[in-house]
Ligand binder design. Structure first.
Ligand SMILES: *Cc1c(COP(=O)(O)O)cnc(C)c1O
Length: 402
């Protein structure tokens, strides 16, 4: 398929040959033989859950992101729930968050019986606009929950200035941003609590899994208890010291991550640096390829940030195209490029509309949503995969260009 750029190829959606024979997903895990061996070893050991691998993974992970404490959870969502609990959110309180995220970021505020309040995003990064957050602050505000959209760190210093003034915590949902740098520092030890996910599409996977990192010993203790029914000691410690007595001191959950999962996490952690570097390489190739395509707006990167690129969301300039985002999306899927859309603004979901939220609350996020398409982005992509995406995007865009 080496047609000259001037000759339009027939789009797959119109019956032409697709750029790829098989679907390239938007995200995918990489699991090595070493990963498999590490898991098998744990399966032969004494501890399948909350054994030695849990603490080892937490320590190494926290050290990697530059935080004092890491507390693992059974998912990123469980980790967010724990962070909302540790922040002290409860009935009558408000947590300010972004609509440009997976619904779990806002849901964790509801889990605590508090109200999520949506502040609009900045048009460049689609991260929380601190000026908009300031407008939403009220005496009820108990936490700000920022998201590092697509892997680009939120405006953390500006948000911390708001939370410090009021003595409330900043929770950073960094599920997209493992390995991202903000003003020269890796995210993980900057906000009061930073939340990560180990879902297979993320930078590091444990199947399901999550982590909260913090530098605050008190928050760390609360988080640790919350994930284990609110019990103040662990079964393994009691077994080691020959004790049976324990105390339940708060209402927690069973949100523990298993030793099996942590062994996988530990093994994956050894390749994290190179995986983040590979994602940056792919982002640079996309940026170079699309620089001269006037119908596309690639994601912008601020001077003080180095994103970790969980996603590569482009925006289409509909004024320069004969079709809408939906048609571009379908045409790319027909070329076997597994594009996606991140995100439907959270406040527009039926559940949130039933709570009283409405279109128009966050106009910048809502307008961006209409134009967004996420291109495949995962560290296991080959150069040929990246080339297929570039070719398919150019093919589709040029045939619908005005
Ligand atoms: C993946 C993700 C989550 C949820 O993580 P799970 O591990 O799937 O529960 C939360 N927030 C954001 C922004 C995510 O991308």
């Amino acid at each position: 398929m080496n047609a000259s750029p001037t000759k339009l190829e027939t789009l797959a959606i119109d019956g032409g040959m697709p750029v790829r024979e098989t679907l390239l997903p938007y995200g995918r895990q990489s699991v090595s033989e070493e990963d498999i061996q590490a898991v098998v070893e744990v399966l032969r050991s004494d501890w399948l859950t909350t054994g030695p691998k849990v603490g080892e993974f937490e320590e190494r992970f926290a050290a990697w992101v530059g935080a004092k404490y890491g507390i693992s959870f059974s998912s990123g969502t469980a980790a967010l729930h724990a962070a909302a609990f540790a922040a002290g959110l409860g009935p009558g309180d408000e947590g300010i968050t972004t609509p440009m995220t997976f619904c779990a970021t806002a849901n964790c505020v509801l889990y605590q019986g508090a109200q999520p309040v949506f502040a609009d995003v900045s048009a460049d990064t689609l991260n929380l606009d601190p000026g908009e957050v300031a407008k939403q602050l009220s005496p009820r505000t108990k936490a700000i929950l920022a998201v590092d959209y697509a892997g680009h760190p939120a405006d953390l210093d500006a948000l911390l200035a708001l939370t410090r003034q009021r003595g409330i915590p900043l929770i950073e949902d960094a599920c997209h941003a493992l390995g991202a740098n903000y003003r020269g520092t890796r995210v993980g030890g900057i906000a009061d609590m930073t939340v990560f996910s180990f879902h297979p599409v993320k930078h590091l996977t444990t199947g399901e899994g999550g982590m909260v990192t913090t530098n605050d010993a008190k928050l760390a203790e609360t988080l640790r208890r919350f994930r284990n029914h609110g019990i103040s000691s662990e079964a393994r410690q009691r077994q080691a010291s020959g004790q049976w007595y324990y105390e339940m001191v708060l209402l927690g959950f069973n949100y523990r991550l298993t030793d099996v999962a942590c062994a996988l996490g530990l093994s994956q952690l050894t390749r994290l640096t190179e995986n983040v570097a590979r994602r940056r390489e792919i982002a640079a190739r996309y940026a170079a390829a699309f620089r001269e395509v006037p119908q596309l707006i690639p994601p912008s990167v601020r001077a003080d940030a180095s994103p970790a690129w969980h996603l590569y969301p482009i925006r289409i300039d509909s004024a320069k195209l004969t079709v809408d985002r939906g048609q571009i999306f379908r045409a790319l899927r027909a070329e076997n490029i597994g594009v996606n859309v991140h995100y439907i603004p959270v406040h527009l979901h039926p559940y949130y509309r039933n709570l009283g939220h409405r279109a128009g609350e966050c106009p910048v996020a809502e307008a961006a949503y209409e134009r967004l398409i996420s291109l495949p982005m995962f560290h296991g992509m080959t150069d040929a995969d990246v080339g297929d995406v570039v070719r398919a995007v150019n093919k589709v865009i040029s045939s619908y260009a005005k």
